[in-house]
Write a new protein. Structure first.
Lengths: 235, 266
């Protein structure tokens, strides 16, 4: 079909596609930002890969925990470092517990105990030198007497009675309590006295030297005990 | 489609159908033939019964939010076709500027404010100017009723496209003349090789067939009568017997007050 003249008095001139140029510029900007982001992510990935390679080279004997996804390499390394710190701290706490002369402390407790008082449990926090003692007394007066006697012993300080009451089988003890006594609980703090410690450590923030020593020696015999242990003996 | 829906859709007096037809009617651009002092509208149901309006505003008031394309009578336009191929007219803007200068040269200072529509087709170029109607007033009247004007064109261009569309064999004729008669005005569109070579306006002594015959004898050579197509309106006593003697092929009747719809809306 031939194109005949169609003069139109409403025909506009060629439109200047400003909107098209604006859209093009916006799209180009978005692409540039995306490319920059992609380059940054690639650099991060390479850096993480190098770090992972260094970690693997530094710990050739560390057991592999199966194939991990690539994205969690950094998280896995952090978790590994956290486990190491927990192990060192636990070992340090055990070392702190062993630093006391427990036979001397127990002898003082035994000699100061009033008649009729039975000691049921002892919990020791090596980090803060706190001790919690559970016992049974025939009456309240005997419990208070035990507190005073313990406070007078060498190496014991800040002795305070925390609880006196009926033995109701608390603390998860499944065994039935014998009748005819009061359960009491007292808290104390072991003094940083050289007489009761085998090696002096700085109070307040102790243990940096010990931590470093354990770190260096962890490969030989890392202790496995953690948290509280209950001697549960009668001193 | 359920019978209920079908009834609601195609049933007589269906509101849905009426609404659809109303929307479709507004979406379809209607052709309006614009003369100095009159506007003719056509109904699809009765293409031979055009309706006269004194102004475009009257039609727009009856058809708000519709679309229209205006066809300007030759009585309201002037044309120029560039005959010198060496003129440095490389785009439509250059053609319009050249044509505006030529219109002022031939028609005086009044032509300074005429709207000019350039065209470039088939290796030729030219321009049409409006002198008989106020284009700005037409646009204002349409805008007042939210009527969208899709195009404003001169009738010879619309009729040329319509003729060659309805008679495709003529489109590639070596020489073709389309003669548009509007009462005492005859617009002669000369084509060759599928391109418009010239557009000229001639005046009849009277709006009669003998006056047209006399003029055509001057314009159309005897051997080119088969390639001369005549159509239009406004002649008195344009009986078929009288039209047969004209040295051109007559398309349709030449009486009436406006062209037939088929030559206005290709």
């Amino acid at each position: 079909m031939r194109r005949w003249p169609q003069p139109d008095f409403l025909a506009r001139g060629p439109r200047r596609p400003r909107l098209a140029w604006l859209v093009l510029a916006t799209g180009g900007l978005a692409c540039a930002l995306g490319a920059t982001d992609l380059l940054g992510l690639r650099q991060d990935l390479e850096r993480e890969a190098r770090q992972l390679a260094r970690l693997r080279a530094a710990e050739p004997a560390a057991p592999r925990e199966g194939a991990r996804p690539n994205g969690s390499v950094a998280a896995a390394a952090t978790a590994q470092r956290g486990k190491e710190t927990l192990r060192v701290n636990a070992a340090w706490q055990v070392q702190q517990r062993l630093a006391y002369r427990w036979e001397l402390l127990f002898a003082g407790v035994e000699s100061a105990s009033p008649p009729g008082v039975q000691w049921l449990a002892l919990e020791h926090d090596g980090e803060r030198a706190d001790v919690r003692l559970d016992g049974r007394a025939p009456d309240v007066a005997a419990a208070l007497q035990a507190v005073e006697a313990l406070a007078a012993c060498e190496g014991w300080g800040e002795v305070a009675l925390r609880y006196v009451g009926e033995p109701v089988g608390e603390r998860g003890t499944a065994a039935p309590e014998p009748r005819g006594g009061l359960r009491f609980e007292l808290a104390a703090r072991l003094a940083a006295d050289p007489a009761v410690r085998e090696e002096p450590l700085s109070p307040g923030r102790p243990g940096e030297a010990a931590r470093s020593a354990w770190k260096s020696a962890r490969g030989t015999s890392p202790p496995s005990q953690t948290g509280t242990d209950e001697p549960g003996s009668r001193p | 489609m359920s019978p209920l829906l079908r009834e609601a859709w195609v049933g007589p007096g269906s509101a849905l159908r009426e609404a659809w037809l109303a929307v479709r009617g507004r979406r379809m651009a209607q052709a309006l033939f614009v003369q100095p002092g009159a506007v003719w509208s056509y109904a699809l149901e009765a293409p031979h019964d055009a309706v006269r309006h004194d102004h475009l505003a009257a039609w727009c008031a009856a058809h708000p939010h519709s679309q229209a394309h205006l066809v300007l009578s030759g009585l309201a336009t002037h044309d120029l076709v560039v005959q010198d191929p060496t003129l440095p007219l490389h785009d439509a803007a250059a053609v319009a500027a050249w044509a505006a200068h030529q219109f002022v040269h031939y028609h005086g200072n009044a032509a300074q404010h005429w709207p000019v529509a350039p065209w470039m087709a088939g290796g030729r170029c030219g321009a049409t100017a409006i002198h008989g109607v106020d284009l700005a007033a037409l646009q204002l009247a349409a805008a007042a009723q939210a009527v969208r004007l899709r195009a404003v064109r001169s009738w010879w261009a619309v009729a040329l496209a319509a003729v060659t569309q309805q008679v495709p064999a003529l489109a590639s004729a070596v020489a073709l003349q389309v003669l548009l008669v509007e009462s005492t005005l005859l617009t002669q569109v000369s084509c060759s090789g599928g391109a418009v070579r010239d557009v000229q306006q001639r005046w009849l002594d009277s709006p009669t067939v003998p006056a047209l015959h006399t003029l055509l004898q001057e314009l159309v050579p005897a051997e080119g009568a088969s390639a001369a197509l005549l159509l239009g309106y406004g002649l008195e006593e344009a009986t078929p017997a009288a039209l047969q003697a004209l040295p051109a092929r007559v398309l349709g009747a030449l009486n009436g007050d406006c062209p037939a719809l088929q030559w206005v809306a290709p």
